[in-house]
Design a protein around this ligand. Structure first.
Ligand code: MRU
Length: 359
């Protein structure tokens, strides 16, 4: 089962707001609805948001009343703006919508229906590539995980955060596939509890040994020698290797360094934004107060309490041992190694597109 997919001219996805209690497939028929699915976090996790954006562009093409190329391109540009504005931090979203729009602008076909099907094929290709990339990244990362490692993991970076398999959790699944014994400390990840609700669900289904911990327990576990490696994903990686990821990641990086514990960010090159020199330029999403003053439907703070709710933080690159990508593990200096990985990935996408075209 894929987290997000196309079926019967609809964008369909697992409604992650309801897990682990209910497993429901939600479906969306317009671009505005797809943007809402991202904003309200039916779908979340940077690569999954990217694939959703690509399907949203295919939907825009399908729903457009245009009967010539110029009008179709106008509708696609409007759709891209709507989708890109859904959430600001994960660069995978605009990376995917840009890839779709670029293809539309570069493809000259006499019939606009052919352009519509080219775009749907591209969205399907992007989703397929995500799964393949995640598997490559998972096995690249597994190489640096010691046997019997106690791994500290933040947020949810599994199949649910991607089209399938996952990024940092993909490393854990790769260890499991290789028969390498490991144990995972699962940060609950306040305020939305992606760790407690989603990562625990995925790891238990896969029968990976784990314990759920309160976020506040992580420092104690690191200081008392119970953590061998810290891994997490990313919503955006700046050119110098600074990482934007789920709120709480930064303090894990600092405490890990203080205790001599290696730290790996696991992210596809689509999450690397070479246009931003450092993490200070990455937009940090602020979300609603209700995510903090209540847990589920239960209010835990007084009525009217003032709340500040940044959804992501920046971990400066000096706290990272390496960044695992589908093109290999990038080590410092990240400015150089990330650029090389990004160039290699772009060349691979071109080769794959040419191979599809010649079939
Ligand atoms: O707010 P979310 O749940 O979309 O945040 C997700 C994360 O922070 C993940 O760690 C990140 O997207 C990488 S997931 C492969």
């Amino acid at each position: 089962m894929r987290t997000v997919f196309w079926e019967n001219n609809r964008v369909k996805m697992i409604d992650q707001r309801l897990l682990p209690g209910e497993f429901v497939i939600a479906e969306f028929a317009t671009v505005a609805e797809v943007a809402r699915s991202i904003q309200e976090m039916y779908v979340r996790g940077a690569p999954a948001i990217g694939a959703t954006g690509a399907y949203g562009m295919a939907l825009a093409a399908q729903n457009s009343a245009a009967n010539d190329r110029d009008n179709l391109l106008d509708d696609l540009r409007t759709a891209k703006t709507i989708l890109d504005n859904a959430r600001p931090t994960a660069v995978n979203l605009s990376w995917a919508t840009t890839r779709m729009l670029d293809l539309a602008e570069q493809t000259v076909l006499p019939n606009v229906d052919d352009l519509r099907s080219t775009l749907l094929h591209e969205a399907e290709a992007l989703a397929d590539e995500d799964v393949e990339i995640n598997r490559r990244m998972g096995f690249n990362g597994a190489a640096v995980i010691p046997t019997d490692a106690n791994i500290l993991h933040h947020c949810n970076t599994g199949a649910l955060a991607t089209v399938d398999f996952g990024t940092a959790l993909g490393v854990i699944f790769a260890c499991q596939e290789q028969g390498k014994p490991i144990h995972v400390w699962v940060d609950e990840t306040r305020p939305r509890l992606q760790g407690a609700r989603l990562t625990a669900w995925e790891l238990m289904r896969a029968e990976v040994p784990m314990h759920l911990i309160a976020d506040n327990a992580a420092g104690h576990l690191m200081r008392t020698g119970k953590v061998d490696v810290v891994i997490f994903g990313a919503d955006r990686v700046a050119a110098n290797g600074d990482v934007a990821n789920k709120i709480g990641t930064y303090k894990l990086g600092v405490v890990a360094k203080e205790n001599g514990i290696p730290v790996y960010c696991v992210a596809p090159t689509s999450t690397v934004d070479l246009n931003l020199a450092d993490g200070d330029q990455i937009p940090i999403e602020e979300r609603g107060a209700e995510e903090v003053y209540q847990v589920g439907d239960t209010r835990i703070a007084p009525e009217g309490v003032p709340v500040y709710n940044p959804a992501f933080d920046i971990t400066p690159h000096r706290y990272l041992t390496g960044i695992v990508t589908e093109e290999g593990i990038c080590y410092p200096p990240f400015t150089q190694s990330l650029r090389q990985a990004k160039t290699a990935a772009e060349a691979r996408i071109q080769r794959q597109r040419q191979a599809r075209g010649s079939q």
